[in-house]
Design a protein around this ligand. Structure first.
Ligand code: C5P
Length: 219
């Protein structure tokens, strides 16, 4: 039984001026299904931290954020008691170096914007987490997918990485079905193509499996 889990979902939105922003096409469906599946398990408190999305689950604690920086801060507020952190958010890798307090005026034919890197949230959590906290990440790769995924798994100190191969046959974004792989410490598991809700259920099965293995280790 988990005391608290955190599910992080949706895109982040990085403002440029009062009316403009950069973001991405993440629908938030995966995080939504993960929260609904979590409700069926023995979990006391589900914290759902999300960027702007239409997919908000009911009967969980919802915290809405916009930027990667605010997403990071809110995760850290709830981090200590969390036994599982699932990072299903599509975090913008960059944000505008400057926030323009006035709307940028139309003028020159070409304008330049400078971007700076956002915090790598999952990497920071991976560095902070203790041995009894489970960290789950996602990766979308187009080439050398297993090599890149394994490298990410190690570098970010994850316990489970859900790997999407993005291709014409498996477009991933905004679809209801998907074909993924689970990367764990000792295994690479190929799942059949299935509904995102079914994948979410299997992700929780895998998390509980990892937890039970940990319990054995700690005895
Ligand atoms: O390295 P990459 O962006 O492919 O890793 C994807 C994973 O890292 C996802 O779980 C995503 O939520 C997380 N991520 C993050 N902070 C970022 C970028 C990605 O936590 N700045």
């Amino acid at each position: 039984m988990f005391e608290r889990v955190i599910i992080v979902s949706g895109p982040t939105v990085e403002p440029i001026d009062p009316v403009r922003f950069i973001s991405n096409r993440s629908s938030g469906k995966t995080g939504f299904h993960l929260a609904n599946e979590a409700k069926k398990r023995e979990i006391q408190e589900i914290i759902f931290i999300t960027g702007p999305t239409n997919y908000i689950p009911s009967d969980v604690k919802v915290i809405q954020v916009e930027t990667a920086q605010s997403m990071r801060d809110r995760i850290l507020n709830y981090f200590d008691k969390a036994k599982v952190i699932v990072m299903a958010a599509a975090v913008s890798d960059y944000r505008s170096a400057e926030y323009f307090s006035e709307k940028i005026k139309k003028g020159d034919d070409r304008i330049y914007l400078e971007f700076v890197k956002n915090p790598d949230i999952i990497k920071e959590i991976g560095e902070k987490k203790s041995d009894d906290q489970i960290l789950v990440g996602f990766a979308a790769e187009t080439s050398n997918i297993f090599e890149n995924a394994r490298e990410k798994f190690e570098r970010k100190n994850l316990d489970l990485l859900v790997l999407n191969e993005i291709s014409k046959e498996n477009p991933v974004f905004n679809e209801d079905s998907n074909q993924v792989f689970f990367i764990t410490k000792n295994e690479t598991i190929k799942l059949d193509k299935m509904k995102k809700s079914a994948i979410a259920a299997l992700i929780w099965d895998e998390i509980f499996k990892i937890y039970n293995q940990m319990k054995v280790k700690f005895k």
